[in-house]
Design a protein around this ligand. Structure first.
Ligand SMILES: Cc1ncc(COP(=O)(O)O)c(C=O)c1O
Length: 384
């Protein structure tokens, strides 16, 4: 019975040209990598600040291994929590302006842990329609009822909140597939006016936006009750933290099951993450380099159909249907640019796109080569 179900699902995905493939990159996620004997510039990573391939950060991780050994050996409340974990929590709290930080092994588990431990049957979870799959799935599985407000529509959010009981409002700071910013000050205003709490998942904003990289909330001058930061993007590593009040921190460390019943991240990783936090705060040149690359990208493509202007390293290029998206992806790959086609179910059917991400490791020349290839394809194929 299961075999039949599995075969049918795989077949359906393949025939809709929606199947995904695992790409084995020999030397790992580098700014330029070789795959099947061809060299590509990597425009697909979330390594916005170039830390994943930074020698300085690798060295910090090695120092952490020398100091603390390989693994944590246990969950945090048993013996898995070290001085390195505490230092990471303290560094995040000082930087981002919260009393407590609770660490998780991934952003996916952090989001699930918060929603599962906080929400009860009569609560209402109100989410932006384009929130990440981890938030949507947690919402569907949580005991609360879930409502979705139109993307970035503060008025629609307000209409929902005026009709509902105790609600938790959840938005991303920067949306992962569109690269646009949430109107955080408006969202925070209507949320607090209705006496509710706000949770912001700033996976794509922290390190990139705000003063010293303090993220979307800093940029919008908003302090949510719950801030989720993930370490797989600007931090160049992996894992996540939930920033909150001391009381909520106490609660999560008792009741957040993904924290309590899961092996703590290796202390060497926590040590490296503290170093990454300091690099993000102090190495402003990485954000300056990104800003200069945005200018190159935006000015070259602004009149090309499919171009979307964003203030973040995420540059969606909208193609419409799946076939056109795959044609552009293949054409760019042939020219040595590694980009990812984004298709349903990640985005709606007619808004398939390529998701281009810029990083502080890219050069102006690499961006010029990329935009020239996009322009060439568009002229030949009348994209739009
Ligand atoms: C907005 C958002 N939240 C959470 C996650 C999940 O984070 P992680 O990769 O650490 O599990 C992602 C990952 O892409 C994301 O884009």
């Amino acid at each position: 019975m299961f075999s039949h179900r599995i075969d049918a699902a795989l077949e359906a995905r393949k025939s809709a040209a929606l199947d995904r493939k695992l790409t084995v990159i020999d030397a790992g996620n580098q700014p330029v990598f070789s795959f099947e004997d061809t060299c590509y510039t990597n425009f697909s990573s979330n390594d916005y600040m170039g830390l994943a391939s930074s020698k300085e950060l690798s060295k910090a991780w090695q120092e952490g291994i020398d100091k603390y050994g390989a693994g944590s050996g246990a969950s945090p409340l048993v013996t898995g929590f070290s001085a390195a974990h505490r230092r990471l929590e303290d560094t995040l709290c000082d930087w981002l302006g919260f009393d407590r930080a609770i660490l998780f092994s991934s952003g996916f588990s952090a989001n699930q842990a918060v929603l599962f431990s906080l929400l009860e049957k009569h609560d209402v979870l109100v989410q932006d329609k384009l929130n990440h799959a981890s938030l949507m799935e947690a919402g569907i599985l949580s005991p609360a009822s879930m409502k979705r407000f139109k993307h970035n529509d503060t008025q629609h959010l307000n209409e929902i909140l005026t009709k509902e009981q105790q609600s938790l409002v959840v938005t991303e700071g920067v949306f992962s597939m569109d690269g646009d910013l949430a109107p955080l000050s408006g969202i925070a205003k209507v949320t607090s006016q209705s006496g509710n709490w706000l949770m912001v998942d700033d996976a794509h904003g922290v390190g990139v936006l705000g003063e010293n990289g303090a993220g979307s909330c800093d940029e919008a001058n908003v302090k949510p009750q719950i801030l989720v930061v993930t370490f797989g993007k600007a931090f160049g590593l992996s894992g996540a933290a939930v920033l909150c009040s001391a009381r909520l921190g106490d609660y999560l460390s008792q009741f957040a099951r993904h924290h309590v019943y899961s092996t703590a991240m290796p202390p060497s990783q926590a040590h490296a993450l503290t170093h990454a936090s300091l690099m993000l705060q102090n190495q402003q040149w990485r954000r300056d380099q990104l800003m200069s690359l945005y200018e190159t990208y935006n000015s070259a493509l602004s009149t090309v159909p499919g171009f979307v202007e964003t203030q973040t390293p995420i540059k969606p290029f909208i193609c419409g249907d799946v076939n056109r998206t795959l044609a552009l992806t293949n054409s760019l790959k042939k020219a040595g640019h590694w980009v990812t086609a984004i298709r349903p179910p990640t985005v709606p059917k007619q808004s398939c796109r390529i998701r281009i991400t810029l990083t502080a490791n890219h050069t102006t020349e690499q961006i010029n080569n990329l935009v020239n290839s996009i322009i060439h394809f568009s002229e030949k194929n009348h994209t739009g």
